[in-house]
Design a protein around this ligand. Structure first.
Ligand code: PLP
Length: 500
C-alpha cells in the first residue's frame, strides 16, 4: 500500500468508523453467531497474491461485524464498560503510525516524558496524595490491564519482603534466608476481590488466602476481617507480604474499609497494599469521591483503568506507586545491549524497569488527547451523568420492591439485583436459596435470549444476581427504562410460572 492508496483507504476507514458509531444502535448488542462461525467463511491460508483495499474493506462488514459484541452500544450494560472516544481513537492512530516501542528513554524521549507528565496530571486529577507524583519518590506508569498491574506490584512486594527479611546478612546468608521465606509467602485479597489477585499470586509463585467479607458490611473488607485472616496466616506459619484492597469490587462495586485496614496494618508494616480501583477509580476525577483517594497515602500502589470508564480506548491501565525504587529494584536487569549513557546517568526513566515486558506502546498519547479534549470538567460530567442514570435505574428497581431485591446499595452506576420473593429470605438464612437463585437465573436467561440488552449475571457469596451498569458514552435514560421494562416482564413471567 503506497501513500496515495493509504490516503484513500484511511479516509474510507474513518468514514466507516463514524458511520459505525452513528448507527450502532441498529445492530444487535451481542454477536448472534455460533462458535466456529468464522473459519468456514475464510480461505484456509493467507493469500499468495496481494489483495487491494477494495477487496479487503467489505469483509469488515460481512465477516467481522456479525461476530462482534458491541461494547459501545447503549444497551451494553454487562461486565464493566470499555469506553471509546474519538480523541482516544486519534491517539491510537498516531501511536500505530509512529510504532516506536520506547522501553528505554533513549528509544524515544517524548514517549517516556509524555507518559510521566500525563500520569502526574491523572494522579492530580483523581486526588492521589503527593507521594504518588513523579516529583517525589513515586510516579505513574501505563500498564495493559489491572491484572498486569497487580502481577507487577506483587513481584515488587515479594522482592521487598525478601530483601527486608535478609537485611544485614552476608550475600550467601541472604540467599538462604530468602529461600527459607519464599515458600511461606502469602498474598491476600477479600473473597470479593477480582480473581486477578489470586492469579497474580500463582504467577508470583506464592500462596493466596482470601479475607472473608459479609453482607452486613456490604461485602467490604473490614479491619476486623483482615486481622482475623492475618492471624490465621501467622498461626499457619505463613508470611503475608501483599494485600489487594478494592475500590469497587467486580460483583457489587464494594469499597473496602481503607481507614480500618490501614490501622490494622500498622502491626504488619511489611505488607504491600495495592488499591485495585480498575473500574470505579474513574469516579475519582469528581471531587465528591476524592475522600477515598485522600486515604491512599497509607498504601503502596494504586491502579485504575482509564479504558473502562474514562473515555480512553483499551488499553490504558494507570498504575501509581509511592516508591518507584521498589519496582525498579525488583524488575531492573540491564544486559549490555540495553545499557546507554542516559540510563547510566540516572537522570531518565526507563519504563522497561516498571513493567513485565520490555517493549511498550505509545499509550500516553491517547490519554493526553482525552484529558485535553474533554478537560477535567468534561470527564466529571461524563461520570456524573452515569451516576445519575444509575441512581434513576435503582429507583425504578426499588419501585418494584414486590419483584426485585437490590443486594447492596447501588454504587458507581452499578445496580445488583435479584428476583425478590425468595432471595430476601435467603440472605437472612431462613428461605430457599436454591429457588431464589433459580428464579433470578431464569430472568437473566430470558433477557439474554431476547438479545435486546446485554446484562451479566454473577454469583455473589452464593446468591445469583443480575448486574446492570450504565457506563457507555451512548447510554441514555430511555435505554435504562427499557431494560427495566424487560426485567419486569421477565420477572413477572417467571414468578407466574413458579406459582402455577
Ligand atoms: N479488578 C477489578 C475490580 C475488575 O473489575 C477487573 C475487571 O473487570 C479487573 C481487576 C481486571 O481488569 P483487567 O481486565 O484490566 O485485567
Amino acid at each position: 500500500m503506497n501513500a496515495d492508496q493509504f490516503r484513500a483507504a484511511a479516509h474510507a476507514a474513518i468514514e466507516d468508523i463514524i458511520s459505525y458509531h452513528a448507527t450502532l444502535e441498529s445492530r444487535p448488542v451481542v454477536a448472534p453467531v455460533s462458535p466456529g462461525y468464522l473459519a468456514p467463511q475464510m480461505p484456509t491460508s493467507a493469500p499468495a497474491a496481494p489483495e487491494g483495499w477494495d477487496t479487503i474493506r467489505p469483509d469488515i462488514e460481512s465477516l467481522i461485524m456479525p461476530g462482534l459484541t458491541h461494547w459501545q452500544h447503549p444497551n451494553f450494560m454487562a461486565f464493566f464498560p470499555s469506553n471509546s472516544s474519538y480523541p482516544a481513537i486519534l491517539g491510537e492512530l498516531y501511536s500505530a503510525a509512529l510504532s516506536a516501542p520506547a522501553f528505554n528513554w533513549l528509544c524515544s524521549p517524548a514517549i517516556t516524558e509524555l507518559e510521566t507528565v500525563v500520569l502526574d496530571w491523572v494522579a492530580k486529577a483523581i486526588g492521589l496524595p503527593a507521594g504518588f507524583l513523579s516529583s517525589g519518590e513515586g510516579g505513574g506508569v501505563i500498564q495493559g490491564s489491572a491484572s498486569e498491574a497487580i502481577v507487577t506490584v506483587m513481584v515488587a512486594a515479594r522482592e521487598r519482603m525478601l530483601r527486608r527479611r535478609a537485611e544485614g546478612c552476608t550475600e550467601e546468608a541472604a540467599e538462604a534466608v530468602k529461600d527459607a521465606y519464599r515458600g511461606r509467602l502469602v498474598a491476600l485479597g477479600s473473597s470479593q476481590a477480582h480473581s486477578s489477585t489470586h492469579k497474580g499470586a500463582i504467577i508470583a509463585g506464592t500462596k493466596f488466602r482470601s479475607v472473608t467479607v459479609r453482607l452486613e458490611d456490604e461485602f467490604a473488607m473490614t479491619g476486623e476481617g483482615l486481622k482475623a485472616a492475618l492471624l490465621e496466616c501467622k498461626a499457619e506459619g505463613l508470611v503475608p507480604y501483599y494485600l489487594t484492597v478494592s475500590l469497587g469490587t467486580t460483583a457489587t462495586c464494594a469499597v473496602d474499609q481503607f481507614a480500618e485496614i490501614a490501622e490494622v496494618l500498622k502491626e504488619w508494616p511489611d505488607v504491600w497494599v495495592h488499591v485495585d480501583a480498575a473500574y470505579a477509580g474513574a469516579a475519582l476525577v469528581c471531587p465528591e469521591y476524592q475522600h477515598f483517594s485522600a486515604q491512599f497515602g497509607a498504601f503502596d500502589s494504586f491502579d485504575f483503568n482509564m479504558h473502562k470508564w474514562l473515555l480512553t480506548n483499551f488499553d490504558a491501565s494507570c498504575l501509581f506507586i509511592q516508591k518507584r525504587s521498589d519496582l525498579t529494584s525488583a524488575l531492573s536487569i540491564t544486559p549490555s545491549y540495553l545499557r546507554n549513557e542516559f540510563s547510566d546517568s540516572g537522570l531518565v526513566t526507563d519504563y522497561r524497569d516498571w513493567q513485565i515486558p520490555l517493549g511498550r506502546r505509545f499509550r500516553a498519547l491517547k490519554i493526553w488527547f482525552v484529558l485535553r479534549s474533554y478537560g477535567l470538567e468534561g470527564l466529571r460530567a461524563h461520570i456524573r451523568r452515569h451516576i445519575t442514570l444509575g441512581k434513576m435505574f435503582a429507583e425504578l428497581v426499588e419501585s418494584r420492591g414486590d419483584l426485585f431485591f437490590i443486594i447492596t446499595p447501588p454504587a458507581f452506576a452499578l445496580t445488583v439485583l435479584t428476583v425478590r420473593p425468595f432471595v430476601v429470605m435467603d440472605f437472612k438464612g431462613d428461605g430457599n436459596l436454591e429457588a431464589g437463585n433459580r428464579l433470578t437465573k431464569k430472568v437473566a436467561d430470558i433477557i439474554a435470549a431476547k438479545g435486546e440488552a446485554f446484562l451479566t449475571s454473577s454469583t455473589v457469596e452464593g446468591v445469583v444476581a443480575i448486574r446492570v451498569v450504565a457506563g457507555t458514552p451512548a447510554v441514555e435514560e430511555h435505554h435504562l427504562r427499557r431494560v427495566f421494562d424487560l426485567l419486569v416482564e421477565a420477572a413477572e413471567e417467571v414468578v407466574r410460572q413458579e406459582r402455577n
